[in-house]
Design a protein around this ligand. Sequence first.
Ligand code: DGL
Length: 271
Amino acid sequence: MNPANGSIGVFDSGIGGLSVANAVSRLLPRESILYVADNGRAPYGPQPPEAILAYSREITTALLASGAKMIVVACNTATAVAIDALRQEYPAVPFVGMEPALKPAAEGKRIGVLATAATLSSERYLALKDRYLSKQEVLEDACVGLVPIIEAEVPGSPRLRHTLKKILMPMVAKGIDTLVLGCTHYPMVQADIAAVCGENVRIIDPSVAAAKQVARLLPYPFVGTSGRAHNFYCTGGSVSLQRTLLGLPDLNGDRALVVPNLKLKNLPNGG
Ligand code: DGL
C-alpha cells in the first residue's frame, strides 16, 4: 500500500460509529473512510468481553489488510474491552478509541451516564469514574434493548421515544443536570434524547472531540489530487446503514460503496 493513499479505518457494531465517522469526514475533507458495521453480530453490549475482543481483532486485521492507515474504534464497548490489546498487537498503528466523556461532565453535580452493560462494568470505565466523578452523584443506565431499536427505527419513532422515556424519566426525576452519551449509537438519536430530557440537561456527545484526536494522530495525510471515496461494509443487512447515511451529508456525499453481508476475511480493498 502507498501509505499516502490509505483510508481511515473505522468500526462499530452498527450505525453508531457513523456519528464519529461523520465528524471525521467533516474535519478532514480530503481523507477517505473505510467503515465496518458489525451488525451481523450486534449488539456488542450484552456479550462477554472475550467475544467483543475477538470481533474487534478480526475487524482491525481486515481493515489493516485493506490499507487502513489508522484505526478508529468508534464504539465505546469495543474500546473498553479491546483497545489495549489491539494497541499491543499493532504497536505501529495509531488507534483512536471512544470512552464516556466523564471529564467534561465533571462540571455538573448530578450526572447521568448512558452506556452498554459491557462498558459500565469495564475496568476502564470504573477507573475513569473514580478519577473524574468521585464527588458527583452518578446515575447509570445500561439501556437494555436500545441499540437494536436505534438500528431498526427512524429517529422520532413512537417505539424509540417510549424506550427513551423509560430510561431517561427516572434520571430526569432525580434531577440530573448533565447526560453523557457513552455509546456511539446514542448521538444518532440525540434530538429524541434532548426532547425527553428537556432544556435543563446538558448533553455531552464526544464525536467532535474524537474527530480532533483523529486529526492529531493522522499518519500520512492525503496529499494526492484525486477525490476521496468512503466505503462502508456491513456483516449483516445494509438497510439501516443506507438509511442513516442519507441523513449524514458529510459522509453520504462521498459514499462509494455499501456492501452488505460481508465476510470479514474478504474485505474488498477500499483503501
Ligand atoms: N455503539 C456501541 C458503543 O459505542 C455498541 C453498541 C452495542 O452494540 O451494544 O458502545
